[in-house]
Design a protein around this ligand. Structure first.
Ligand SMILES: [Cu+2]
Length: 126
C-alpha cells in the first residue's frame, strides 16, 4: 500500500464515519418523534384499529352502582388471555339492565389507554 492509497483509504473511512453518524442522528430524531406521538394525550389510542376481543362466559356478579360486571370467561384469543374470572367496566352502563347473575353471556371487550378491560357490548345467550 503506497502513501496515496493509504490517504484515500483514511479519507473514505472518515467520510463513512461522518455519514454513519449522520444517519444515526437522524434515526434518533425519528425515534424521538415517534416517542412524542406515542405519549400524546387524548383519545388517540381508541382508534377503530384497536383490537376487539370476543368473549364468552357466565356472570358471577353485577355492581350496578360501579357499572361493572364480574364474568367467569373463557379464553379471549385476540388478547392471548386464558380463561379466568375478572371484573369489567361497561362502556354503556345501560347494558347492565338486561343482565343478571348466572347469565351466560357473549361480549366484546377492548382495552383502554390504561390497559383496563372495557366491555363495549354484552348480551345474554341461551
Ligand atoms: Cu380475564
Amino acid at each position: 500500500m503506497n502513501q496515496t492509497t493509504k490517504r484515500i483509504t483514511t479519507l473514505t473511512g472518515i467520510f463513512l464515519g461522518v455519514f454513519l453518524a449522520g444517519t444515526m442522528a437522524l434515526a434518533d430524531d425519528m425515534e424521538n418523534m415517534n416517542g412524542m406521538t406515542d405519549t400524546s394525550p387524548g383519545m388517540g389510542n381508541m382508534s377503530s384499529s384497536a383490537p376487539v376481543g370476543h368473549g364468552k362466559g357466565v356472570v358471577e356478579a353485577i355492581d350496578r352502582k360501579a357499572g361493572t360486571v364480574t364474568i367467569k370467561h373463557g379464553p379471549i384469543r385476540e388478547f392471548g388471555w386464558s380463561g379466568m374470572t375478572m371484573t369489567f367496566t361497561l362502556r354503556h352502563r345501560s347494558s347492565l339492565k338486561s343482565l343478571k347473575t348466572g347469565d351466560h353471556v357473549r361480549f366484546y371487550v377492548v382495552q383502554d389507554s390504561q390497559g383496563s378491560a372495557v366491555i363495549t357490548k354484552i348480551r345474554p345467550v341461551h
